[in-house]
Design a binder for this molecule. Structure first.
Ligand code: GCU
Length: 614
């Protein structure tokens, strides 16, 4: 029975216009393959810790007053008369680089959690009269409100997924004013919630583009091997515009395949192509095919790899062959430059380091990374685990929190469903077991399977021990809903000393593949001592050696991604002269220097490869 207060709260929630990722209800697929004008570069900004640009002094949002956008708008005026009162003006404000978090660009914003207003002026002339124009954001952390020429376009929640708004009817040839309110405050009801072991980088953290498309355009598409088959390429094309039930053409020139498909009244066209001989995508041969998708006057080209991924008992099969996932975890951060990673060169730095380790797989923790990462992984032949930021103590009872998590999961699957490298969708990381939590995750897993029945579902499950101090048990109720039984474990760091690895036996009673998505310990690069000196490279080296031997005894052991490739910033790691705001579990230091553990892991992977355990 809901209390009066809960009912009142529910009323305001329902009628407060709470929308999640109001993308016009969709995300434009493959923006980089379209006619775009980049809005990257220097944007003026105003720090607004009390959100004066959004609420009037009675704390009523300007959006709900007679002139929505007035809050942002009044920041976008130049003083024309000396008597005019203007207290906020972008014209005299400093600038931030977009894309990029504000924390690593401005010393005074290093710890800032709150609102920053951004403003970009631009001119735009359409290439054809009937074309439509959208503004597309790769991501902005965490909540954004977007305005163009004083008109509210929408609100987006979620720090790691794309969103776009149509601006066709608002555009002027010159002097368009794009204003974005970005607020990275952590909130209990958010996804992730208030406690994370990573830096809360705020800002417009990925590319911003204007995208021009025909009146009826190709909004989305899926092209991949039909589940269960090896010679049938199937999928759909989604049109958007007035000529919905048009005919679309899908062509794969190298396979000499082409097919016309008629869209239905909703603009959706399904298709299927029978291929005689496909060169399947795999780490040793990351073959990508040019795929052309066209409707009457619009062709988009993508590069797509075709492969199958499935489990069979305790095995993981890529293209029908058993594979061992030699991985490493990666946070989206460029430790060398500082701040959120976002560019193709950031992706190259991170994935090249993973390749140096002889990895065939990476776990992109703990949230969707930039599209550059998964597109580069396609090119390099690196398999990918992508993760929804359902991390630690999420508000499992909150319907809005569930809708938020569901929307973020839907958006990353929509964005990356054509990426051969992506093989696993992760529902969560280290979430405390309860009935309401398992239902929350079970429902998310069903959403993922419904959107994409071809990839594997997993999560970082919980482990526990009982009477025997040397036994660790994996018996998480969510395990029955995933394809891969995966967990984090820190024996030797948080749980005893490294020698405990030699004694522990694992009880994992599932006839499913087992992966370990995290293990490790901290070492300050360049700090040396014996194997029992905490934070020394030798301690971490010994821990890696003993852990890998322990895990290799698990019969269903089919993959591992130690925590973590590079040291990364975290407000939870403040030990002076050792952590200083960095989580030191990287096998590479913040300065790019490899630690001893790097070579233990690399040798382990080389040995696995020699044994044919690819
Ligand atoms: C956890 C968590 C990571 C965290 C790591 C650590 O397993 O998943 O996000 O950084 O442990 O304690 O370093």
């Amino acid at each position: 029975m809901k209390t009066f207060k809960q009912l009142i709260t529910l009323f305001f929630v329902l009628f407060s216009g709470q929308v999640f990722s109001a993308n016009n209800g969709f995300i434009i697929q493959n923006v980089s393959g379209r006619n775009t004008q980049s809005l990257n570069g220097k944007w003026n900004y105003i720090v607004d810790p009390y959100e004066n640009g959004f609420y009037n002094y009675r704390l009523i949002p300007f959006d709900e007053t007679e002139n929505p956008g007035n809050g942002a708008f009044f920041m976008d005026k130049k003083q024309t008369d000396k008597s005019e009162l203007i207290e906020y003006s972008f014209y005299d404000s400093p600038t931030l680089n977009v894309p990029g978090d504000w924390n690593s660009q401005e010393e005074k914003l290093f710890y800032y959690e709150g609102t920053v207003w951004y403003r970009r002026l631009f001119g735009y002339k359409k290439m054809a009269k009937n074309n439509r124009v959208f503004v597309h954001f790769g991501a902005a952390n965490y909540e954004s409100h977007v305005y163009l020429n004083g008109k509210k376009l929408g609100k987006h929640i979620g720090g790691f997924t794309p969103f776009n708004y149509e601006i066709t009817d608002l555009l002027k040839d010159e002097g368009n004013s794009l204003v974005v309110k970005v607020d990275n405050k952590r909130k209990k009801e958010a996804v992730p919630t208030v406690n994370t072991d990573w830096w809360n980088y705020g800002g417009i953290t990925r590319d911003v583009n204007l995208v021009e498309v025909p009146e009826t355009f190709i909004q989305d598409y899926s092209v991949q091997l039909k589940k269960g088959g090896k010679n049938e390429i199937a999928g759909f094309v989604q049109l958007n515009g007035s000529a919905k039930n048009a005919t679309v053409k899908i062509t794969i020139p190298e396979l000499k395949l082409t097919v016309d498909a008629k869209a239905d009244s909703t603009g959706k066209a399904e298709f299927s192509l029978k291929a005689k001989k496909i060169d399947y995508w795999c780490p040793e041969n990351p073959k990508l095919y040019a795929v052309e998708i066209s409707n009457n006057d619009n062709t988009i080209t993508d590069k797509i790899g075709f492969r199958t991924i499935e489990t069979k008992g305790t095995d993981i099969l890529l293209n029908g062959k058993s594979i061992f996932l030699r991985g490493i975890c990666i946070h989206e951060e460029n430790a060398l430059r500082g701040g959120r990673a976002y560019s193709m060169s950031d992706a190259q730095m991170l994935l090249n380091s993973a390749k140096e380790l002889n990895c065939n797989y990476v776990r992109l923790a703990h949230y969707p990374h930039s599209e550059n990462m998964v597109k580069l992984a396609d090119e390099m032949g690196i398999l990918v685990w992508e993760e929804n930021p359902v991390y630690w103590t999420i508000q499992w009872n909150n319907p809005e929190t569930y809708e938020n998590a569901k929307q973020q999961l839907t958006d990353v699957i929509t964005r990356d469903k054509n990426r051969a490298s992506v093989i696993i969708w992760s529902m969560a990381n280290e979430t405390p077991v309860s009935e309401v939590r398992t239902n929350f995750l079970k429902n998310l897993a069903a959403v993922a399977r419904n959107l994409d029945g071809t990839r594997l579902i997993s999560a970082a499950l919980e482990i526990h021990s009982e009477k025997d101090p040397n036994e660790r048990i994996v018996q998480d109720p969510f395990a029955e809903y995933v394809d891969i039984v995966n967990f984090n474990q820190y024996i030797g760091w948080y749980d005893g000393l490294p020698e405990l690895c030699d004694k522990v036996k694992w009880t994992i009673k599932y006839d499913k593949p087992v992966m370990i998505s995290e293990f490790g310990g901290s070492a300050l690069q360049g700090k040396h001592g014996d194997a029992l000196t905490r934070f020394s490279e030798e301690f971490q080296e010994d821990l890696y050696d003993r852990t890998l031997k322990m895990l290799s005894k698990i019969p269903q052991f089919r993959g591992v991604s130690p925590w973590i490739l590079y040291d990364f910033r975290s407000p939870r790691r403040m030990l002076p002269n050792v952590q200083d705001g960095w989580n030191r579990k990287g096998v590479i230091g913040e300065n790019g220097t490899k630690k001893k553990a790097f070579f233990v892991l690399k040798n382990f992977y080389n040995e696995m490869e020699k044994k044919g355990l690819k």
